[in-house]
Design a protein around this ligand. Structure first.
Ligand code: PLP
Length: 418
C-alpha cells in the first residue's frame, strides 16, 4: 500500500492538473490485475470500465508485461522514420492479416485513437482527391480539432472550442431508412462527388452503444462504392474482440477500405493504427504520414503480445461468453426494473438505457446515482450517451465468474435503490 491517501493526491491533482481534465472518481489507482483495480489506500474495485475499453485482455497480463520489460531493456525509441525496428513491422503484418478484407493491406502506426482517425481522413482525402467527410449523429472520434469536429456531442467535447474544421457533414445513424437518407443527403447537404469518406463506428461507443439495424452497413457501403466514396470503420472502441468478432464490422460481413484501431490494441500502451487497402495506404507521398512516437517499439511489443494472448487464450470465445452472461442478466433486469429502457450494444459491448416518466425521458441523474452507488460498493462502472443515461459495460474478457457475479450483484442493488 502507498504512503499517500486518495485525499492527499486529490489535493495535489487539484493544484497541479488543469481543471479542464475531468475525472470520474477521486480514487487514485496504484495497481491493477485482470479485472481488478486497487487504489492507494488498498481498496479494491471490480473493473467494468477497463480504462474505457482498453483492457479487453485484462490489466497487466503477464505476457504483455514480460514483452514490455524485454523490449524496454533493448530499445525504447529510435523513431521508426529514422531507424526502423522489428516489432513494428511484425505487428503491422499481423494486423493486416486479421483486419477484414480479402485484399492486400498495409498499416501506419500512431499514438492514440484521435490521431488514427485524423490519419484515416488524410489518407482518404489524398487518395480520392476529395475534401468532404460524412460522419454521424452520436458519433465520437476524439478531441483534436478535426476529430472533435467529427464528434457529435457538444458538451463537453466541442463547447467553446470552435471554430471547427471545414467539410464535415453529419447525418443520422442507425435509422432504418438510413442508407435511403444518404441519397437524400446528397441532394440536400453535399455533392457525393466531393465526398472522400464516410467514417462510422460499427457500434457507436461514447454516443450510447448504438447498433444499426440489419442490412444497414451493407447498404451504406454499397452506396459509398457506387459513388467512389471510401468507407472507414472506426473500431477504436468496438474492435479488438469487444463484440465477439475481432472487429465489430465483421458482424455484418462488410470489408471497410480503412479501419482505425487503438485502445485495446496494446493493452494500455499508447498505440493506434490505420489499416487498409494497400493501394489506398500507399497513395500518400513518403513522409506525408508518421510522427516521432508512432509505432513505438515498446508499444508494438505489447501489441504483438496482445495478439498472441488473443490466440492462446481464446479471447474471442471469452468475449462471446461474457456478452451472453451480461445479456441474460440485463434481460432479467429489464423485466424487473421500470427504469430500464433498451438494452444496447453487441456482444460484450453492452449497455442499459435508463429512462423515466411515462414518455421515457433519459434518466441521466439516475445514471449518475447508479455509477456513484456502484463505486461506493467497489464496482467501477461508466455511463455514456448523448444524454448521459446509458450505463455501459466494457469489462475485461478475463473477468472471473465470481468477480462478474459480484459486480452484477452491486449493479442490481444499485438499480433497486434508484
Ligand atoms: C470510436 C472512437 N474513436 C476515437 C476515439 C479517440 O481515441 P483516443 O482517446 O485514444 O484519442 C475514441 C475514444 O474513446 C473512440 O471511442
Amino acid at each position: 500500500m502507498s504512503s499517500v491517501t486518495n485525499e492527499q493526491l486529490y489535493r495535489l491533482r487539484t493544484e497541479s492538473i488543469s481543471d479542464g481534465v475531468g475525472t470520474t472518481t477521486t480514487n487514485f489507482i496504484e495497481s491493477a490485475r485482470g479485472a481488478m483495480l486497487r487504489d492507494v489506500e488498498g481498496r479494491e474495485y471490480i473493473d467494468f470500465a477497463g480504462g474505457i475499453g482498453v483492457m479487453n485482455i485484462g490489466h497487466c497480463h503477464p505476457k504483455v508485461v514480460a514483452a514490455i520489460i524485454q523490449q524496454a531493456e533493448k530499445l525504447t525509441h529510435s523513431c521508426f522514420m529514422v531507424n526502423p525496428y522489428e516489432s513494428a513491422v511484425k505487428l503491422a503484418q499481423k494486423l493486416c492479416q486479421i483486419t477484414p478484407g480479402d485484399f492486400a493491406q498495409k498499416a501506419v502506426f500512431l499514438n492514440c485513437g484521435a490521431e488514427a482517425v485524423e490519419n484515416a481522413v488524410k489518407i482518404a482525402r489524398y487518395y480520392t482527391k476529395r475534401p468532404a467527410i460524412i460522419v454521424f449523429e452520436n458519433g465520437y472520434h476524439g478531441r483534436t480539432l478535426l476529430t472533435m469536429t467529427m464528434t457529435s456531442k457538444v458538451k463537453p467535447y466541442k463547447f467553446g472550442f470552435g471554430p471547427f474544421a471545414p467539410e464535415i457533414y453529419r447525418m443520422p445513424f442507425g435509422d432504418v431508412a438510413g442508407p435511403e437518407k444518404l441519397h437524400d443527403f446528397f441532394i440536400k447537404n453535399v455533392n457525393p462527388e466531393a465526398v472522400a469518406a464516410v467514417v462510422a463506428e460499427p457500434v457507436q461507443g461514447e454516443g450510447g452503444f448504438i447498433v444499426p439495424p440489419p442490412g444497414y452497413f451493407q447498404e451504406l457501403v454499397k452506396i459509398c462504392r457506387d459513388n467512389g466514396i471510401l468507407f472507414v470503420a472506426d473500431e477504436i472502441q468496438s474492435g479488438m474482440g469487444r463484440t465477439g468478432k475481432m472487429f465489430a464490422i465483421e458482424n455484418w460481413g462488410v470489408e471497410p477500405d480503412l479501419i482505425t484501431v487503438a485502445k485495446s490494441l496494446a493493452a494500455g500502451m499508447p498505440l493506434a493504427a490505420v489499416v487498409g487497402r494497400a493501394e489506398i495506404m500507399d497513395a500518400v507521398h513518403a513522409w506525408g504520414l508518421g510522427g516521432t512516437y508512432g509505432g513505438n517499439p515498446v508499444a508494438c511489443a505489447a501489441g504483438l503480445a496482445v495478439l498472441e494472448v488473443f490466440e492462446e487464450e481464446n479471447m474471442l470465445a471469452k468475449s462471446v461468453a461474457l456478452g451472453e452472461k451480461l445479456k441474460a442478466r440485463f434481460e432479467k433486469w429489464q423485466q424487473q426494473f421500470e427504469i430500464i429502457g433498451e438494452i444496447r450494444g453487441l456482444g460484450a459491448m453492452l449497455g442499459l438505457e435508463l429512462v423515466k416518466n411515462e414518455n421515457r425521458q433519459p434518466a441521466a441523474d439516475e445514471a449518475k446515482q447508479l455509477t456513484s452507488f456502484c463505486l461506493e460498493k467497489g464496482l467501477m462502472l461508466l455511463s455514456c450517451g448523448s444524454y448521459g443515461n446509458i450505463i455501459r459495460v466494457l469489462a475485461p474478457f478475463v473477468i472471473t465468474d465470481e468477480q462478474l457475479e459480484k459486480g452484477l450483484g452491486i449493479m442490481e442493488e444499485g438499480l433497486a435503490a434508484l
